[in-house]
Ligand binder design. Structure first.
Ligand code: NAD
Length: 252
């Protein structure tokens, strides 16, 4: 029970096979009370209802488009009035688009950057005051191996740029808010089998990709959820501004 007595907010946790949902399940098993924020509000509510309830009370699910500052602020108000204090924020929501540089439209650029990077700023701004006033907290931000390699299989250059921006933003927030007890770290997954990736892989692509992974398999959502759990818990009490790879050794 690594999160007993803690409250946690997870963005992008509605999708059934996703990293956020696996994280919500793992956090609930570890005793946390959860708020699930997602663009898909109905699925967020349904996800919150299906999580195991612990002695802290029921979980909540809310619609929130992380790229919309007003929605982030009102979701934070609703969560704070339900929970009182927020200990953990997992900035997990994200979208991808497999296009090449010359094909990226202005609208594509803004959409990918707004959801993957700006959304992390907006949601962090919405929850940091509560964490600061309650003596601290832990924020984890989702980046990607695409930021480190300059591209992935499913993300375009705008995705790589946004996910690289997340690393700088998280480090800057870690530096700024360390003195008030808020830790901020990033996670860089490799290829994880979820709706973003899973359905689109042919057997040939899978075999090819696995050849470049020393641990000889693709990741699953729990592999990333376990790292979020470490970052959310007091096991990582002296870790801030870090970037944790979860990629089976893909970059060695
Ligand atoms: P997923 O599609 O299963 O989950 C993404 C979730 O984010 C969905 O529930 C979706 O509804 C939600 N979402 C989308 N736009 C949103 C918005 N504007 N506001 C709020 N919620 C929104 O995908 P996943 O693979 O679980 O991805 C989770 C995160 O991990 C993403 O940020 C993704 O970029 C990142 N990531 C995934 C992989 C991978 O291989 N799957 C690798 C590296 C990084």
């Amino acid at each position: 029970m690594l999160l007993k007595g803690k409250t946690a907010v997870i963005s992008g946790a509605a999708s059934k096979r996703g990293i956020g949902r696996a994280t919500a399940e793992l956090f609930a098993e570890h005793g946390a009370r959860l708020a699930i924020l997602d663009l898909d509000g109905e699925s967020a509510k349904e996800a919150a209802q299906t999580l195991p309830v612990n002695d802290q009370g029921s979980h909540i699910g809310l619609r929130c488009d992380v790229s919309n500052k007003a929605e982030c602020d009102s979701a934070a108000q609703a969560v704070v009035s339900a929970f009182g204090k927020v200990d953990v924020l997992i900035n997990n929501a994200g979208i991808t688009q497999p296009v090449k540089t010359l094909d990226i439209t202005e609208a594509d650029w803004h959409r990918i950057v707004d959801v993957n990077m700006t959304g992390i700023l907006f949601l962090s701004q919405a929850f940091i005051p509560n964490m600061r006033d309650n003596g601290g907290g832990s924020i984890a931000c989702i980046s990607s191996v695409s930021a480190q390699r300059g591209g992935g299989i499913f993300g375009g250059p705008h995705y790589s740029a946004a996910k690289a921006g997340v690393l700088g933003l998280a480090k800057a927030m870690a530096r700024e808010f360390g003195p008030v007890g808020i830790r901020v770290n990033s996670v860089t997954p490799g290829l994880i089998q979820t709706d973003i990736t899973g359905g689109k892989l042919t057997d040939e692509m899978r075999t090819d990709i696995i050849k470049g992974i020393p641990l000889s398999r693709l990741g699953d959502a729990r592999d990333v959820a376990n790292i979020y759990l470490f970052l959310a818990s007091d096991l990582s009490a002296y870790v801030t501004g870090a970037v944790i790879d979860v990629n089976g050794g893909m970059l060695i």
